[in-house]
Ligand binder design. Structure first.
Ligand code: SAH
Length: 353
C-alpha cells in the first residue's frame, strides 16, 4: 500500500462513507469496513468485502496497523510493554497495565518529543514527527488484538506531548469513542501535558469529558524552569490560571503529576510550597475543585543523572500534602522488571537490552 495516501484508520465513519461512495461502493460497505478495521483486521483479511473493492480501496487509501516489534511482559504483574513499528519504520511505545477495574493502555502521541524535560528519556533525541489519529488509535487496536483482551481505559502519557499534536489527538478522542469501534468513552481517558497553556484554554472549549493531568513537578518557577524548559514560556502562575479556567469550563477535576527527584523537589518545604500554590490558585470561594496529586518517584534514566527520592522523603511529602487538604497517592510502580516507563525501550532499540 502507498503510505502517502490518506489513512483508513484515521477516518471517521462519515469520512469512510464519503470515500466508499467516491469509488462507487454502497454506504453499508463503509460501516462494515469501519467495524472490521477497528477490530484489527486489515482490508486484505476482510473476506466479506470482494477483491475488486479492496483493490479500488488500496488505490485511494493506505492501511497500516502498528506492528509489535518487541513485546516485554513483566513477570511481576503482567504489565506488557510494546515497541510498535509504524508504516515508515519509526517506533513508539505503549504499555498495557492490568488493574482490577480493567486494562489500561498508556499510548504515545509523537515519535520523540521536543519539550526537553530534563528527567525524561523520550525527549533526548528531540521530536521526529507527530502521530496521526490512525496511529494513535492503532496502538489501542493492535494491543487489544495482540492480547485478545479488552482495553477499557487510556492514558496519554507515553512518548510525546499530546497538546503539541492537538488536532490529531482531538480526532483520535472522537474516533476511539465511536460506538461501532473501540468505544472507550472520554471519562475513561486521561491526557497528560507538560503545560502548553494556550492549548489548555483551547481544550477547555471543546466540551470534553476527559481527565486532564498536569505534569507540574515543581511549585516555583526557578525549580520548574530548571527541569522543564516549557516553564520559561508559561510560568507556574499562568499554568494555574489555565487549570482554573479548564475546571470552570468543563467541571472536570484535574490531576497533578509530581515526579520526586532527590535533592531537587522532594523536601518538606517543596511539599508545603506545592500545597500553598494549589490551594491558593484553585480553591477560591467560587471554586472548590477537588485536587489530587500523583507522586511519582523519578525513574532513573541513565543519561539524565537524576536520583530517585528515598522512601521516607516520599512518605513525608505525601503526608505534608494530606495535612493541607490535598489528596496524594504514590504511583504504584508496574512493570519494574521491564523498564515500563515510556521512552526507554525506543531508545534502547537496536542496542542490547
Ligand atoms: N508530555 C506529556 C505526557 C508524557 S510524559 C507530559 O509531560 O505530561 C508522562 C509523565 O511521565 C509526565 O508526568 C512526565 O513528566 C513523567 N515522566 C517523564 N519522565 C519521567 C521519569 N524519568 N520519571 C518519572 N516520571 C517521568
Amino acid at each position: 500500500m502507498n503510505n502517502n495516501l490518506p489513512s483508513l484508520l484515521s477516518m471517521s465513519r462519515e469520512e469512510l462513507c464519503e470515500l466508499m461512495i467516491s469509488i462507487g461502493e454502497p454506504k453499508y460497505r463503509a460501516e462494515q469496513l469501519f467495524v472490521q478495521l477497528h477490530r484489527g483486521l486489515s482490508p486484505d483479511e476482510m473476506t466479506n468485502i470482494g477483491k475488486a473493492t479492496r483493490e479500488k480501496l488500496a488505490a485511494v487509501a493506505s492501511y497500516h496497523l502498528p506492528r509489535p516489534k518487541r513485546r516485554l511482559v513483566s513477570a511481576i504483574d503482567g504489565t506488557v510493554k510494546y515497541l510498535f513499528e509504524l508504516a515508515d519504520g519509526n517506533c513508539v511505545e505503549s504499555v498495557v497495565m492490568k488493574y482490577e477495574h480493567g486494562n489500561t493502555i498508556c499510548i504515545s502521541s509523537q515519535v520523540g518529543c521536543r519539550m526537553g524535560c530534563k528527567f525524561c528519556a523520550s525527549t533526548i533525541g528531540g521530536k521526529v514527527r507527530d502521530l496521526d489519529a490512525g496511529e494513535l488509535l492503532g496502538q489501542v487496536i493492535a494491543a487489544q488484538k495482540d492480547s485478545n483482551e479488552r482495553i477499557s481505559n487510556i492514558v496519554m502519557m507515553g512518548i510525546g506531548e499530546p497538546l503539541d499534536n492537538y488536532d490529531n489527538v482531538l480526532k483520535f478522542l472522537r474516533l476511539v469513542g465511536d460506538e461501532k469501534g473501540i468505544c472507550i468513552g472520554q471519562r475513561h481517558i486521561s491526557l497528560s501535558t507538560c503545560g502548553i497553556v494556550p492549548k489548555i484554554y483551547e481544550l477547555a472549549k471543546e466540551n470534553l469529558q476527559i481527565t486532564l493531568s498536569i505534569s507540574l513537578h515543581a511549585a516555583d518557577d526557578t525549580t520548574r524552569s530548571a527541569i522543564m524548559p516549557v516553564n520559561n514560556k508559561w510560568g507556574v502562575e499562568e499554568l494555574m490560571r489555565a487549570c482554573k479556567d479548564y475546571y470552570s469550563a468543563s467541571g472536570r477535576r484535574i490531576s497533578f503529576e509530581y515526579t520526586l527527584i532527590s535533592g531537587k523537589n522532594d523536601s518538606r518545604k517543596s511539599a508545603l510550597a506545592l500545597a500553598e500554590l494549589l490551594n491558593r490558585s484553585l480553591r477560591t470561594r467560587s471554586s472548590t475543585m477537588p485536587i489530587h496529586v500523583n507522586l511519582i518517584p523519578v525513574n532513573e534514566v541513565e543519561e539524565t543523572g537524576f536520583v530517585r527520592a528515598d522512601d521516607s522523603a516520599i512518605r513525608t511529602f505525601a503526608k505534608t500534602l494530606e495535612s493541607k487538604g490535598i489528596r496524594a497517592t504514590v504511583r504504584r510502580k508496574l512493570g519494574a522488571d521491564i523498564n515500563a516507563s515510556c521512552g526507554q525501550l525506543r531508545r534502547a532499540d537496536g542496542k542490547e537490552l
